[in-house]
Design a binder for this molecule. Structure first.
Ligand code: K1U
Ligand code: ZN
Length: 179
């Protein structure tokens, strides 16, 4: 298994639309899922979309359990029903480190998806699982949660992360010059 690099907002690759998985049960798909799960637990996070690791296929890993021992892998997920009831949750994102803000979404959703072997399953989600699956499915459509925020907040977040990125690039250049 391997830790994958998580793209950081405003990387333009976060806005690519993921394609459906067409081949199930392959070693390649199993390795992608295993690497994504390892990357998500290591971060640590409760979800990860393949888009965030620069793989533009409809694959999501989620584990919202306290003990982080209930991994759910969603391949080609589709929301088949969403409640009229809404909930606002302070969302975070591994691609937007250090930023949490309220996003309103349907409180309950029904999701149809496939596992790595291509077996279809259906899940009724509420609470954090409902928030997380909708957040991850947005990633697959190239949408990052900051796009729900006001342009003012979004631009501030973008400027802060770009500044951090420049600092990290400078540190890396200094480290390699010392070697
Ligand atoms: O998509 C992602 O970047 C993962 C994201 C999922 C998410 C969390 C909360 C609301 C909506 C979507 C995260 O996992 S952010 C990190 C986080 O919430 C967390 C980290 C450690 C323990 C518990 C939560
Ligand atoms: Zn995210």
């Amino acid at each position: 298994m391997a830790l994958l690099n998580i793209l950081r907002y405003p990387d333009p690759r976060l806005h690519k639309i993921a394609a459906p998985v067409t081949e199930f049960g392959t070693d390649r798909l199993r390795k992608l899922v295993a690497d994504m799960a390892e990357t998500m637990y290591d971060a640590p996070g409760v979800g990860l979309a393949a888009t965030q690791v620069d793989v533009h296929e409809r694959v999501v890993t989620i584990d919202v359990s306290e003990a982080q021992d209930k991994l759910i892998v969603f391949i080609n997920p589709e929301i088949t029903w969403a409640s009229d009831e809404k909930q606002v949750y302070d969302e975070g994102c591994l691609s937007v480190p250090g930023v949490y803000d309220g996003v309103e979404r349907p409180a309950q959703v029904k999701v149809r998806a496939f596992d790595v072997d291509g077996k279809e399953f259906n899940i009724d989600a509420d609470g954090l699982l409902a928030v997380c699956i909708q957040h991850e499915m947005d990633h697959l459509m190239g949408k990052v949660f900051v796009e729900y925020l006001s342009p003012l907040k979004r631009n501030r977040i973008k400027a802060k992360l770009q500044k951090e990125e420049r600092g990290m690039a400078r540190d890396a250049a200094q480290r390699s010059a010392r070697r």
